[in-house]
Design a protein around this ligand. Structure first.
Ligand code: UDP
Ligand code: MG
Length: 325
């Protein structure tokens, strides 16, 4: 049997501090797997430079000159983690039998790759890397991140608990993923929708080896909100239910008003009226906002703008990838 070609896909944004440290680790892993006869010697580490403003791309090019195991794809500008990852995966799809995506900061344990490949060999098309412990994250990051998974789930978005974007995908799964043409990318939610046989491997999450996180609270919240609104229409249903109950309550209110009027106990209900107006105004604006979020998503989807544009790659001409084929 021919050995599978593995591509390790790594999005990088302003990572000049950490890349020199972790690139060596990735290469060692690849060599190790190669020497064990588990993957083909055509396997590669594929970095995606997500429009970094520092020397990340220069470092990637240097690495490529030192060792052809290192390859790189450079996007035309910064498009965010998810799009960068997709660009890498779609490029790798044309070369590899199997891909593993991982962050470049060394937080995810690369030794879990062995187990991922074992699961792949056993017939799984998707293997999720799941964090069994998050001791090294701050209490705040841990609670907000875990809360995020719980809220997502309760809102009907099927995501794997404590799984980020460290996962193995077979070529077949990548081809499935390529058929999802949405612009509002939330890969963690899409991969379960691709289907096929899957399993999980567990690892402890370490601290970032150098540099800083690109996900402060504000970005995390917007990521969570995007995730929910691109995977689930439950918030709109909640609004409908809310509207129904508020209408019901207002009917009771109207009856009460009529009754007091009828019995002549009319008071100058100024405060209750203002309260009702303020409350309703708030609720309506909130609901409009949520619905507007979905309208905005539809707006973005109908334009079908490319999700990434590749400026250059070290893989040569045959590596050309088109988005939205
Ligand atoms: N990243 C990217 N584009 C961005 C932001 C981040 O490609 O606009 C990459 C980054 O280089 C890293 C990964 O996404 O490899 C995860 O980012 P980070 O480690 O900052 O997030 P955290 O692990 O703190 O959630
Ligand atoms: Mg990180």
């Amino acid at each position: 049997m021919e050995l599978p070609v593995l591509y390790i896909v790594i999005p990088c944004y302003n990572e000049e501090q950490v890349l020199p440290i972790t690139s060596g680790l990735f290469l060692d892993k690849l060599r190790d797997l190669e020497s064990q006869g588990r993957i083909s010697d055509k396997s590669r580490v594929l970095f995606v430079n997500d429009g970094s403003k520092d020397h990340t791309w220069d470092i990637i090019c240097q690495l490529n000159q030192q060792d052809e195991h290192f390859q790189g794809v450079c996007l035309s500008r910064n498009r965010g983690h998810q799009n960068a990852l997709l660009a890498g995966l779609m490029t790798a799809k044309n070369h590899a039998d199997v891909t593993i995506s991982i962050d470049c900061d060394g937080q995810d344990d690369i030794n879990a790759m062995d187990e991922m490949l074992t699961e792949y060999a056993a017939g799984c098309d998707v293997v999720y890397g799941v964090r069994s412990r998050r001791d090294t994250d701050t209490w705040f990051k841990r609670t907000t991140a875990e809360g995020f998974y719980k809220v997502m789930k309760s809102l009907g978005a099927d995501v794997v608990f404590n799984h980020a974007d460290y996962r193995l995908l077979s070529r077949r799964a990548l081809e499935g993923l390529a058929q999802f043409e949405e612009v509002n990318l939330f890969l963690r939610g899409l991969v379960p929708l691709v289907g096929y046989r899957y399993s999980s491997v567990y690892y402890a999450r370490a601290e970032r080896m150098a540099g800083e996180s690109h996900y402060p609270l504000k970005k995390m919240l917007s990521f969570a909100f995007d995730g929910i609104t691109s995977l689930s229409i439950k918030p709109i249903r909640i609004i409908t239910t809310l509207g129904f109950f508020i209408s019901l309550a207002s009917i009771i209110g109207i009856l009460w008003v009529l009754a007091t009027k009828l019995f002549g106990i009319t008071v100058s209900g100024w405060s209750s009226m203002l309260c009702a107006i303020f409350f309703m105004g708030g609720v309506q604006l909130l609901c409009l906002g949520v619905i507007g979020e979905y309208v905005g998503k539809i707006y973005n989807e109908t334009k079908r703008r490319p999700r990434f544009i590749i400026r250059e790659t070290t893989l040569g001409k045959d590596a050309e990838v088109k988005d939205h084929e």
